[in-house]
Design a protein around this ligand. Sequence first.
Ligand code: PEP
Ligand code: MG
Length: 292
Amino acid sequence: EAARWEQYLRQAAKTADGERVLTQINVAAPAELDHLDPAICDGIGLVRTEFLFHDQPSLPDEASQFAVYQRIVRWAAGRPVTIRTLDAGGDKPIAGLSMEAESNPFLGLRGIRLSLAYPDIFRVQLRALARAAVAGPLKVMLPMVTVPDEITATAALLDDEVVKLQAAGIPCRRPDLGIMVEVPATALAIERYPAAFFSIGSNDLTQYVTASARDIASVAGLNDTANPAVLRLIGEVAGYGRRAGIDVSLCGDAGGDARLLPLLLNAGVRNVSMAPKMLARAKSVIANWRPS
Ligand code: PEP
Ligand code: MG
C-alpha cells in the first residue's frame, strides 16, 4: 500500500504544473532523527521543545538545551531549522511550570504568555538557541502569539542575551525571530506583527476559529480545518506573506493530511511541515495537484 507513494519520498515536492512546494518535518523528540536522512526534507519547520521539560527533576539548564539544539541543527546539514520556544500549557501541561487549575487551559497562560511570565526561565532557552545558531540556519519561533508586544518583548530579551554572550566571549548568533499564527486575532491582523516569518498552526487556529477543542472527540466533526472560515484565514495569511515578502509556512497536522493538503494549496500555501511519516504521501498529493 505504502509503495504507491514511497517513490516520492526522495524527490523535491512539485505540483503537477511544476511549481515547487517546500516540505519540511516536525520534530517532537530528537531521537526521531536518528534513522532519518535529511535529504528527504527541505528542513525542519517545527521543533517542539516541550520534550526537554518532560519527566525532569528540574528545568533543563543552558548547556543541556544547547547540546540538543546544536545536534538538531547539525543533523539538518545546512537546511533551515525552526525551533519553537516552550509551548507549555493548554494540551501540553508541564509539571511545576504550567498552571494546574485553570478553568480553560486553552485560553490560559500558555505558550509565549507563560514564557514571558517567567523571563528567567525564558532567557535560558533564548541563550541556548542563540548559541546553537552558530551551527547553522536556526530560526526561533514563538507559540501562541496574540499581540505584537509579545514579539517585541521577546526580541528585547533575545538581544539582551546575545549582548551578554558576546561580552562573555561565548560564540553566538542572533537568530531570526518568527511566530506561529494560531490565534485568530493574529491571523486577522497579520500585518501588525513584526516577525521575520510566519508559520500557521492549523491545529490551534482551527480549534479557536471553530470554538471546538482539538482534544474533545465529541466535537471532532466541528474541529475541521476544511471549514471555509479557517481556509479563508489561512489564505489571507499566505497572501499577505507573498505580497510583503515574508515567508509563510504551515506546520499543523493539516499539512500532512491528504484530504486537507489540496485545500491548503488552493489557499496559497507553498511550504508545509509535517510528521516525517506523512512526507511521502504528501509529496504524492502535491504532485497530483494543479490550481483549480
Ligand atoms: C498547531 O497548533 O497547529 C501546531 C503546529 O502546534 P501544536 O500542535 O504543537 O500546538
Ligand atoms: Mg499550536
